[in-house]
Write a protein that binds this ligand. Sequence first.
Ligand SMILES: Cc1ncc(COP(=O)(O)O)c(C=O)c1O
Length: 378
Amino acid sequence: MSFATDCIHAGQEPDPTTGAIITPIYQTSTYVQQGIGEHKGYEYARTHNLTRRSLEKNLAALEAGTDAYCFASGLAATQAVLSLVKQGERVVCSDNVYGGTWRLFTKVLSRYGILFDFIDTSDAAAFEKQAGSFKLLWIETPTNPLMKVCDIAALAAIAKKQGAILVVDNTFMSPFFQRPLELGADIVVHSTTKFLNGHSDSVGGVAVVKDAAHAEWLKYVQNAAGAILSPFDSWLVLRGTKTLALRMPRHEENGRTVAEFLRGQKKVAKVHWPGFTDHPGHAIQKRQATGFGALISFDLGSRDAADRLLRHVTLCSLGESLGGIETLISHPATMTHAGYSQPERDALGIGDGLVRISVGCEDADDLLADLGRGLAAV
Ligand SMILES: Cc1ncc(COP(=O)(O)O)c(C=O)c1O
């Protein structure tokens, strides 16, 4: 089936009891059994829930995986995937990832004896020279918030050479634009909170796999640790993915319009968007993805300038998160990347004047007018 058809149908059958075309919200904690050990394959809702399972099958199909496991948030999915690594083993992570991922790795999982190093993964050859041996490589591409592009196939080959696994956080692109498992990655993670759900009304996460051993372990951890996605959230994301193939082209079209508009503004020092032909990762992005996405960051030079813009836009809502149908604008230094110290942010290039925008599906002229009002106040 084509991607657009899978968005609407994969993992979903009409309800066997009523014929309902939409998978019901199986809001139950347990299932009645017929006798000792005799049941219909459903025992307890942490372990089995049909709404969640439908979503997992849907997302596995969209990411070209063999299976998927949904969790209570993107970070819960990340934590579950990291349980593939044992004490004393080394994880290498892109130096430019979602701040919450960095916080989980450095402040929480490092306490369990997992070793973490953060290295620039946007130049695969330079990365290979620096990387040393590792068990798991974690990347985002494009990276958050500086939109650096990493070569998934090249990094997968580097990981494979040493028997390590490559995990790609594909939240920014969604499987509509990029399918890392087809490029050699082993596991894909999403914050389903973002483009997959698409309507800013659910928090969730997923890990999609293609290897039977990874599937078995993640299924085990999902039940054993229990950070499951609720039936209602599963239903919301299932509803969201139905329109993914309709929403993403519009997100990107608006993204391009906004990126080009920002680039033409004197008050904007730099615009980071991989769709520009002179973006250092443009050629790789073109090769490994079918689009450039709707995430853009731009530099206004100072915190004061950023604050003025953020206070004067009204259609672009100032808020954490991204990937909703509404345009969201944020300040990485004090929001997504607040966990980093100032010197750490400076070293990465996440300045106080940096603003990130997740361009929604509104009318592009209205967005430009709003951004123009914001920039006039800078
Ligand atoms: C790229 C990326 N990955 C993971 C996460 C974490 O997801 P969640 O907030 O659903 O835990 C986020 C959250 O903003 C994100 O932007």
